[in-house]
Design a protein around this ligand. Structure first.
Ligand code: VG1
Ligand code: CO
Length: 545
């Protein structure tokens, strides 16, 4: 125990169970006395620092970010960390934290973010912990932290004034060195090692027009340095580039609904050749061509099929992985490449072991997340650069490349229906009802779709043998259709049911159909099988992506 530390008595909160990606709650919940402190001390109790331990700390700049970081710095000092690497201004994107942990040999990192959820005094806040491989803490760790939060009685904190987070350099709190670091430098250097920056710069210099929407979230400074600085794109290429505590009042969620400004540009007159956006903490990506949207599941498949064009992946891919609800488009590519495709539960933590063991090189999720073995998080700007590298190498438009992919591998139409903020008990009933009917479904016909298989996804980690149960209900239909049902683990009020729909279309003559029309039958079957709207007592989905 550090001589500067003060011990403070506290009482437990009962609601600190981490979800898909850390602990997410409304800001007022986090501002309750000792709420953050309890969680952070529980974390340090479960993973105490070894001598010399380095901890990375940063966040997406949302409301409460700076206040929380000041507290965490003083608690980390009191708990005996040797060195803290804190992003200047309290800023670090999720992928930048992962990169810093790995490049600087840190034992872990604390990320303050609620990702794409809105921010502000009544918005969402969150805290997640990444372990020494740079990836999200596995359930085994987060379960222990949760157990600890229910019995915690005291925490340690080093008293003192707030630190100046805006000036790079080192200061000390007792024996702990606090180093304020440039949030962008290490990450940008890593990107330059992976991609052919010269080829991308030539593409842009040759008149290929790009636009990137940082959505007033964390990627602004990263994107400006990389696109406008290193790659020579004109000033103004990065829009909404200033991280704001309330993200300008928007959801920093890069999809067709929330990245509406970018979508308008890309469908407008004189649209650029390429458009992209990222989310609150910089781990998601949305890719668009001129008047063309790239579905994230397709994007993963396409990156796998074109990886040989990127310097870092030129030697070939070891394997690929996708989360359960992600379309099976990447499986088809893997089969052609003669490599394995793994199916994991939702959430990046399940990719960590596969990456560490060298079983996979690329992985992704339908929720606008793609990544590789370069770090242990999904990575928004990395995906954008991957696309630009492919575009530079192939010299074709986004639309041409995607359509060519479909004609080679077939098109997996994909759509997600979200029923947000529904009654938690009703949502649980729906899942229980489906579970009960699973055995009876195969062979039956619902809304014109003949069901082939129906089961509940259970994942056995091929590396450490750990088992994750009840990870989603999956139903397949004759003719290449699939429906997945699961409950969200990132919401902060009520429950959210996600229903994922997919259908493989091999006939290129039918590839130009609208996604909603192509999946209308699957959607009807999905609603009927789950009796979704009756059980939830709602008229329809709240968000369709
Ligand atoms: C959602 C997505 C999941 C993603 C998670 C964290 O989780 O579906 O694919 O890994 O968010 O992403 P859920 O449990 O709500 O479906 V992020 O960018 O919010 O860290
Ligand atoms: Co995110």
């Amino acid at each position: 125990m550090d001589a500067f530390a003060t011990e403070i008595e506290t009482t437990p909160y009962e609601d600190q169970r981490p979800g898909t990606s850390g602990l997410r709650k409304k800001v007022p919940v986090f501002r309750q006395p000792n709420y953050l402190e309890n969680f952070v001390q529980s974390l340090f109790d479960v993973v105490p620092p070894a001598p010399g331990a380095v901890l990375v700390i940063g966040g997406d700049g949302r409301y409460h970010n700076r206040t929380a970081i000041q507290t965490i710095i003083r608690m980390a000092a009191a708990n005996g960390f040797s060195r803290l690497l804190v992003g200047r201004g309290g800023i670090l994107s999720t992928p930048a934290v992962s990169a810093l942990i790995r490049r600087r040999g840190a034992c872990g990192g604390v990320v303050l973010s609620a990702s794409h959820n809105p921010g502000g005094p009544d918005g969402d806040f969150g805290i997640k912990y990444n372990v020494e491989n740079g990836g999200p803490a596995p359930s085994e760790v987060t379960d222990k932290v949760y157990d600890r939060t229910r019995e915690i009685r005291r925490y340690s904190i080093a008293p003192g004034p707030d630190l100046d987070l805006d000036r790079e350099g080192e200061t000390r709190i007792g024996d702990t060195v606090v180093e304020i670091v440039d949030p962008v430098a290490d990450y940008a250097a890593l990107m330059q090692e992976i991609f052919d920056f010269d080829a991308i710069a030539r593409l842009i210099g040759g008149g290929f027009r790009i636009t990137f929407d940082a959505m007033h979230a964390v990627t602004g400074p990263y994107a400006r340095t990389i696109f406008e600085g290193m790659l020579g794109a004109p000033a103004g290429t990065v829009r909404n580039s200033e991280p704001l505590p309330d993200f300008g009042g928007h959801h920093p969620d890069p999809n067709l609904v929330h990245a509406e400004e970018l979508v308008r540009t890309m469908y407008g007159a004189d649209a650029p050749d390429f458009g992209a956006a990222s989310d609150g903490d910089g781990d998601r990506n949305m890719i668009m061509g001129r008047r063309f949207f790239v579905n994230p599941s397709d994007s993963l498949a396409l990156l796998a099929a074109n990886a040989h064009l990127v310097p870092a992946y030129g030697a070939g891919l070891k394997g690929v992985a996708r989360s359960l609800p992600t379309s099976r488009a990447v499986d088809v590519v893997a089969e052609r490449l003669g490599i394995r495709a793994y199916e994991t539960p939702t959430g990046w933590k399940y990719f960590g072991n596969l990456l560490d063991a060298g079983l996979i090189t690329l992985c992704g999720e339908e929720s606008f997340g793609t990544g590789s073995n370069h770090i242990r998080e999904k990575d928004g700007l990395w995906a954008v650069l991957f696309w630009l590298n492919i575009l530079a190498a192939r010299g074709e438009s986004v639309e041409t490349i995607v359509k060519d992919h479909w004609s080679t591998y077939g098109r997996h139409f994909f759509m997600r229906h979200d029923y947000e903020e529904v009654d938690a008990q009703k949502a649980a009933e729906l899942m229980a009802g489906l579970r009960e009917r699973l055995a009876a479904l195969p062979g039956s016909s619902v809304a014109g779709e003949v069901i082939e298989t129906a089961d509940e996804f259970e994942y056995r980690d091929p590396v450490d043998g750990s088992v994750a149960r009840q990870q989603g209900i999956r139903v397949t239909t004759r003719g290449g259709g699939r429906i997945v049902y699961r409950l969200s683990g990132t919401g902060t009020s009520g429950a959210t049911l996600r229903m994922y729909l997919e259908r493989l279309e091999r006939d290129p003559a039918k590839h130009d159909e609208e996604t909603a029309a192509a999946l209308a039958g699957m959607a009807e079957a999905g609603r009927a099988i789950g009796d979704v709207e009756r059980v939830l007592g709602v008229a329809g989905p709240t968000t369709i992506t």
